[in-house]
Unconditional design. Structure first.
Lengths: 163, 202
């Protein structure tokens, strides 16, 4: 349909004036945005090796590990993951309502310059590994997180860390 | 992916520049760009949520449709052959998923193919809560909102306050908001509308 300029402007005004649409609920938008995170984790091929870490040990504070006679007495929750030739050791403390993760990647290949990234529902934080493969994330809210530790050719992915 | 039934030919605005920015976002998404995905979700969230809502579905059902549309998009984004037509793809997908929920609530069986569903919808178009006219209106409103973001901030504010708020702001209120006299608003409004029309037509 050929409209005059004035008609075109009237049409635009009319459409704007009748626009009663509203934003989708915030949680639905967050869900949609997070959908892509799983895709981008799965879809980076290249020369990278991606290793999915497998939980070997999840030890709550003051609980005995399987095979131990007595409790360990540690105040932090400890999670140990196996990831190919490496392992990831996480110690999780609480301070008030916040959580702190102190981690270390064991084995070779990850040292200063490598990076750890922790991704939660609405946030993502990064930390450089120290010379011992250690890293720290502080002030975390409760929720589910994913951890990725990366060097130049390998990426270790730890899924579902629930705080 | 099929480029399923689309309202692109019926929408009055050419909006090819906006379609190009859509295509650019899709291409960046394919390269793993989370920021592009976030922008795509932000750009389309209102349109995709509006389709099931205008068809009479509840907020909860509309949220389900919304999530399914974006889930399908994330799965199919590498297969979309014409990224500049992503709008049509999303509207069609939302339409089918909405229709699927409506059918389910009536206890009807699901058609086996999208063609079957398309034919079924066409056969009752006049009574359908998702008639083409409604979808065209929603698409045009989406294009106007997107085009608005291409204008300078002052124009965005003027047009939004006058046309997109309920009740509309008075010229005095708009003038106060952007720091000019009330008498300047009418000519500014006209200039901004022309700019908006230009974005929509190129």
């Amino acid at each position: 349909m050929n409209r005059s300029n004035e008609q075109k402007l009237d049409h635009i005004i009319n459409r704007m004036a009748n626009d009663d649409s509203v934003n989708a609920p915030a949680d639905a938008i967050t869900y949609a945005k997070n959908l892509y995170r799983t895709r981008s984790t799965a879809a980076q091929p290249s020369a990278f090796r991606r290793i999915m870490a497998v939980l070997q040990l999840d030890l709550a504070p003051n609980k005995a590990a399987f095979g131990e006679r007595s409790v360990s007495g540690v105040q932090a929750r400890q999670m140990l993951f196996e990831a190919g030739d490496n392992a990831v050791d996480l110690r999780i403390n609480t301070g008030g309502e916040k959580f702190h993760i102190r981690g270390q990647i064991l084995g070779t290949g990850f040292d200063t310059g490598s990076e750890a990234e922790l991704a939660g529902r609405d946030m993502k934080v990064r930390a450089k590994l120290d010379a011992n493969g250690g890293f720290t994330f502080a002030g975390l809210g409760s929720g589910e997180y994913g951890l990725t530790i990366q060097n130049t050719d390998t990426e270790i992915v730890v899924e579902k860390i629930i705080l | 992916m099929n480029d399923l039934a689309s309202n692109a030919n019926s929408v009055e605005f050419a909006a090819s520049d906006l379609a190009k920015t859509d295509a650019a976002l899709v291409k960046r998404c394919r390269r793993g760009d989370q920021a592009a995905w976030d922008e795509l979700v932000g750009r389309y969230q209102r349109l995709i949520y509006a389709i099931p809502r205008r068809a009479g579905l509840s907020e909860e059902q509309a949220s389900d449709v919304f999530q399914e549309v974006f889930l399908t998009l994330v799965e199919k984004i590498d297969e979309i052959q014409q990224p500049e037509k992503i709008r049509s793809w999303m509207v069609t997908t939302a339409k089918f998923k909405t229709w699927g929920l409506i059918r389910g609530s009536k206890g009807l069986h699901s058609p086996d193919t999208t063609e079957e569903m398309e034919n079924e919808m066409a056969s009752i178009a006049d009574e359908s809560p998702l008639a083409d006219d409604l979808l065209i209106e929603l698409e045009e409103q989406h294009l106007i909102r997107t085009a608005l973001t291409e204008l300078e901030e002052r124009c965005q504010k003027i047009l939004s306050m006058i046309y997109l708020t309920d009740p509309p702001a008075s010229y005095a209120e708009v003038g106060a908001a952007i720091g000019v006299g009330e008498t300047s608003i009418s000519p500014l409004r006209s200039r901004c509308l022309k700019k908006l029309e230009k974005v929509l037509s190129r």
